[in-house]
Design a protein around this ligand. Sequence first.
Ligand SMILES: CC(=O)N[C@H]1[C@@H](OP(=O)(O)O)O[C@H](CO)[C@@H](O)[C@@H]1O
Length: 504
Amino acid sequence: MASEADLRARLQRAGQQHLLRFCAELAPEPRAALLAQLEALEPEALRQHCQRAAAACARPPGPPPDLAARLQPLPPERVGSASEGDPQTRRLWEEEGLHQIALNKVAVLLLAGGQGTRLGVTYPKGMYQVGLPSQKTLYQLQAERIRRVEQLAGERHGTRCTVPWYIMTSEFTLGPTARFFKEHDFFHLDPNNVIMFEQRMLPAVTFDGRAILERKDKVAMAPDGNGGLYSALEDHQILEDMERRGVEFVHVYCVDNILVRLADPVFIGFCVLRGADCGAKVVEKAYPEEPVGVVCQVDGVPQVVEYSEISPEVAQLRAPGGGLLYNAGNICNHFFTRDFLRMVTRELEHLLQPHVAVKKVPCVDEHGNPVKPLQPNGIKMEKFVFDVLPFAKNFVAFQVLREEEFSPLKNADSADRDSPSTSRRALLAQHCRWALRAGARFLDVHGAQLPEQPSLPGSTEPPAICEISPLVSYAGEGLEEYLRGREFRPPLILDEAMARELQP
Ligand SMILES: CC(=O)N[C@H]1[C@@H](OP(=O)(O)O)O[C@H](CO)[C@@H](O)[C@@H]1O
């Protein structure tokens, strides 16, 4: 371990010697912890990071003034659709996806390093349960969808196959996530096929470029954004692991969408058949200010412009038909070939520009007393996972139906959007639709049939509570044999045991 004098010299080179301000008054243990933390910060990288943050902060806030003139919607030939077009083509995509899964060529990769600040929980978001009758957490729903898609592909091709689950965590989420999976016996997945790895952390910085002390003995650190994926893949040799397993296609997704279709065969098949190296699922934006990135072109090159970086005027622009001009909402579901990821980690990672997030960062005052700032006082620098899109040789977008595939959990229930209640409703409405479509009939307490509304929107309370285990159906398939022509008094909880009972 480096001596305090060494560290002081290193910090001086980085212009950050204030981080040792309280060192002399610390007890041996916290002192050693602080020194260890500081030792891990490479001086030149630290200097650059702090300077970059201050420089970014000095620029006028908001999107670059010329951005609007450089934007264009994606050309239609780059966009496929899961819902429009003929069912035959959709079946072809699905077949191709299932085939690749059966060949063990598909992996899923979860971005789960975030802190869930907006949701207001202190544990990883994936451990959250939104109050479904089954009480399943987001992690459990995802694990079960992996098992089901493996089963569907395996049955179709008469083989046993595996979709490995890579989980990128951070210092905040690795410990609790790993414990949670162990406690739940990896939700009956083989632990060898669940690979957790950690993304890097970066210091939070004041507006004038000084790294922030969160406590006398600790620098305030934050994960380096979901675009930290690319250095984390390299740090932990994840692409080598994929290569060993024969994985060629990776579905990357973020943790908070309760309707996420892991390794979605339709999306995978579409991307593979189009020869894409990089793809993104999109939904039609719900309203101009919706906090979703916009998939579009900048200077003729496909890119996502994040909601925090688009001006309200541009977000509100209308196309000739009356819809939003920039209506391809990014749902943080990406397709990458392993070769593309390899090229990014080897050659391009350093070209990704960090984005600036101005935040309230808990810190200490000049006497070392803890302060919970009421106003933003610091900058976190984050890379974005989609910033590799411009490097793709053949990027495609794939439009899906919001009510079937997108209901993110971002906020606490005090918000009226993207909350536990809206996620729960979206999932239950979807399952109710699936059940009605498969021919189930729901009865009220008096035995009278409830009105059928097969086009139930995800935003309203469904007429009957119905939850279908992902182990029984991945995307609404195969339910007729259990439900057709049958009457149920809600709640209907269709899990594997009930499915066995209902089997003709
Ligand atoms: C950097 C990044 O991936 N941002 C994504 C991500 O936003 P967050 O606010 O970071 O959760 O998920 C959104 C969809 O839920 C997507 O629209 C957006 O572009």
